[in-house]
Design a protein. Structure first.
Length: 575
C-alpha cells in the first residue's frame, strides 16, 4: 500500500486508491503549481491518470456531485454572469442558475478560492459540481469561442451595407444643444466613411482615432498597442465636412471653430454591447484636429490577474487595498494604464458595504455602484472642491483622478489620515520621484511618510504574438550583461528571449499589451529617508535594498519569460 504522508486533498486520495504512487503525486503537485494548473488538468494533459478516474475519486472524496458536462450544450449555459477571465483563470464553467445559487463545473473541488472569487464577482452563492478535466477543458473553450463569435458576429454584421444605419447617439454631458445635421455634414459618403473608421478601430482594438488636417493632405491614424499607424488618407477638401460630422455626432457646436471642444459618442454594436468615444476637437493651422478615445467598459473589468503583476507585486497591492486607511498612488506617463489599474482596484473594493466616491477629469467609464463625479472647472468643481464634499458624505474609499496641486494633495492626505482609503495618480517617472514630487509641492515630510502606503509606477509594453515569435539566439552574453539581465534574479539558463516576426494574427509581431510595474511599499527605512528630506536617488536605493524591483528589472523579467521582446523592454523603460 502506498503511503500518503505529507499529502492532502485530492493527491492523497489518488495515492490511497493506488492511481498514483507517493513520489509521482508529489512531483505532479509541484509541476502543476509551477504551471499554475489544477492538478486534474495537469494529470489529464500528461495522460498520467484517466480524467474519469480522477473525477470519480474527487467526487467521492469531497462528497460533490459528478456531472457529465459533455451532455450539456453551450446554448444552455448562462452567459454574461461570470467574466471570461475568471472562467479561464479557474477552469470553472457556470452550468445553470437556480434562484440565488450558481452551479459551477470544476475539476478541482479543493480550489475554494475560485468559488469565492466567482461569488464575489457575481453576488451569487456558488456550488461546485465535479467534471472530468478533459471534457471540462473542451466545454470551456467551446463556450468562450461561442462568446467571441457572438461579438464577432455583432461586428461582422455591421458591414458596408449597414454603415448608414449604425446606432450612434451623442452623450450630452453639459446640456449643450447640437446644431442640426444639415447639408454637408449629413452627406451619405461622409456618414459612411466616419462610421466605417469607427467600426474598423473597434475591430482591431485601437485605443484612439486621430483625424488630422494639413495644408495639402488629410490623414486618419489609429493608436493600437500604444503605437500610432496611418490608416487612411481621405481628400483634403473633405476636412471641414469630416470635422463637422464628428462634432454633430458628439453634440458639439459646429459653428464654433476657434476654441477646443469636448463631447462623447455612444455606438451600439449589438443589443447588449455599446462602445463610448470621448471626443476632443482642437483648432490647428489648417482645420480642426479631432481625436476620439475609445472607452470599452470591459477594460475596466479585466481583473488584477490580467494586468501583468508579478505574484509579490499583486500581493502587496491586494494587501494594501484591504487596509481601512492610507494612500495608494499610481504613477506613470499618459497612456501607461493608470486608469485601468485604479478601476481594477475599485472593482475589487466595490461591495454593498462600502461607500466609494471618485473625482475624475473626465469620467471615462461608468462603474456601477460607485459615485463618480466629473470635474468642471468652468463652474468651480475642481478636485479639491470635490474632495471637500466627499468628506461630508460619509465615504469609505475615495479616488482622485490626479493630484495636481498642494490644495488637492493636502485634502487627500487629510482624508487618508482620518480613516479613509485614498487612491490617486501623479505624473512622475518612478515610485521614488512620486514621493519627492509630493514634498516639492509643499506637503510636509511627516505627512508623506505616515500617509502614503503603496506606490505603483507603471508602463505598458506590447505583448509578443504567441503565434509567430521566434527565439532570439543571436544575442551574446555580454549584451545581456550590458542590458542588466544579471540583476533580475534569473540564471542564464532560465532566460529565453524572443524576436517579433509578424503574421496575420498580429501587428508587427505584437498583439495586446502587458503592464510593467514597480510596486514599492513604504518601509521604515524609506519613511526615515523621507522624514530627513532625502532625494529620489536615496529612496530608490532603499527600495532596491528592500527587494522591490524597479521598472527596468520588471521589464527585463517579462522579456526573459518571452512575454515581450528586449526591444520593447528598452522602448518603455530604458533612458
Amino acid at each position: 500500500m502506498n503511503t500518503v504522508t505529507n499529502l492532502s486533498g485530492l493527491a492523497r486520495r489518488l495515492v490511497r486508491d493506488e492511481l498514483l504512487n507517493h513520489a509521482d503525486a508529489e512531483k505532479a503537485l509541484d509541476a502543476a503549481a509551477k504551471e499554475q494548473l489544477p492538478l486534474p488538468i495537469f494529470l489529464s494533459n500528461k495522460g498520467t491518470v484517466s480524467p474519469f478516474a480522477v473525477a470519480t475519486a474527487a467526487a467521492d472524496e469531497f462528497g460533490t456531485p459528478l456531472v457529465d458536462i459533455s451532455a450539456i450544450t453551450s446554448d444552455s449555459i448562462p452567459r454574461g454572469i461570470v467574466d471570461s477571465k475568471l472562467i479561464r483563470k479557474h477552469f470553472a464553467l457556470p452550468l445553470f442558475k437556480r434562484g440565488n445559487r450558481l452551479f459551477i463545473a470544476v475539476c478541482d473541488p479543493t480550489n475554494l478560492h475560485a468559488l469565492d472569487e466567482i461569488k464575489f464577482n457575481t453576488g451569487l452563492n456558488t456550488e461546485a459540481l465535479i467534471a472530468e478535466a478533459d471534457k471540462l477543458a473542451v466545454a470551456i473553450e467551446r463556450f468562450l469561442n461561442a462568446e467571441e463569435e457572438t461579438l464577432g458576429e455583432a461586428l461582422g454584421g455591421l458591414d458596408e451595407d449597414s454603415l448608414d444605419d449604425l446606432d450612434i447617439e451623442a452623450v450630452d454631458e453639459d446640456n449643450r444643444g447640437a446644431a442640426d445635421e444639415t447639408g454637408e455634414v449629413d452627406e451619405a459618403p461622409i456618414v459612411r466613411f466616419v462610421n466605417k473608421v469607427l467600426l474598423d478601430a473597434i475591430k482591431i482594438g485601437a485605443s484612439d482615432i486621430h483625424f488630422e488636417p494639413y495644408e495639402k493632405s488629410y490623414r486618419v491614424r489609429f493608436r493600437t498597442d500604444g503605437i500610432l499607424k496611418e490608416m487612411a488618407r481621405p481628400p483634403q477638401n473633405l476636412s471641414g465636412r469630416l470635422a463637422a460630422r464628428l462634432k454633430v455626432m458628439s453634440q458639439m457646436d459646429i459653428s464654433e471653430r476657434r476654441v477646443p471642444q469636448d463631447g462623447r459618442i455612444k455606438m451600439k454594436i449589438s443589443k447588449n454591447r455599446a462602445i463610448d468615444f470621448r471626443v476632443n476637437s482642437l483648432p490647428t493651422l489648417f482645420g480642426e484636429k479631432i481625436v476620439l478615445r475609445i472607452l470599452d467598459p470591459s477594460s475596466a473589468k479585466l481583473g488584477i490577474d490580467a494586468l501583468g503583476y508579478e505574484d509579490i507585486q499583486k500581493k502587496m497591492f491586494m494587501d494594501t487595498l484591504a487596509q481601512p486607511q492610507g494612500m495608494i498612488l499610481v504613477t506613470g506617463p499618459t497612456g501607461s494604464g493608470k486608469t485601468v489599474s485604479l478601476y481594477t482596484g475599485l472593482n475589487i473594493l466595490n461591495t454593498p458595504e462600502r461607500n466609494i466616491s471618485t473625482a475624475e477629469d473626465p469620467v471615462e467609464i461608468n462603474l456601477e455602484g460607485i459615485n463618480q463625479v466629473n470635474m468642471n472647472t468652468r463652474v468651480g468643481l475642481t478636485f479639491a472642491e470635490a474632495l471637500r464634499s466627499f468628506l461630508r458624505q460619509d465615504p469609505d474609499i475615495v479616488m482622485v483622478g490626479e493630484i495636481r496641486d498642494l490644495t488637492t494633495a493636502e485634502i487627500a492626505i487629510k482624508a487618508a489620515q482620518t480613516g479613509h482609503l485614498v487612491l490617486s495618480t501623479l505624473h512622475t517617472n518612478s515610485a521614488a520621484e512620486t514621493l519627492t514630487r509630493l514634498m516639492n509641492m509643499g506637503v510636509p515630510t511627516f505627512n508623506v511618510a505616515t500617509t502614503v502606503s503603496l506606490i505603483i509606477a507603471q508602463r505598458l509594453a506590447r505583448r509578443l504574438c504567441a503565434a509567430c515569435k521566434i527565439p532570439a539566439t543571436d544575442i551574446p552574453d555580454e549584451i545581456l550583461t550590458e542590458e542588466g539581465f544579471d540583476e533580475i534574479g534569473y540564471s542564464r539558463e532560465e532566460i529565453t528571449l524572443f524576436h517579433p516576426v509578424g503574421c496575420e494574427k498580429c501587428t508587427d509581431g505584437y498583439k495586446g499589451r502587458v503592464g510593467v510595474y514597480e510596486v514599492v511599499r513604504i518601509t521604515p527605512e524609506i519613511s526615515r529617508i523621507i522624514m530627513e528630506g532625502g532625494n529620489s536617488i536615496q529612496i530608490a536605493e532603499a527600495a532596491k535594498r528592500a527587494g522591490f524591483n524597479n521598472l527596468r528589472v520588471s521589464a527585463l523579467r517579462k522579456a526573459s519569460m518571452g512575454v515581450t521582446s528586449l526591444e520593447e523592454a528598452n522602448r518603455v523603460t530604458k533612458d
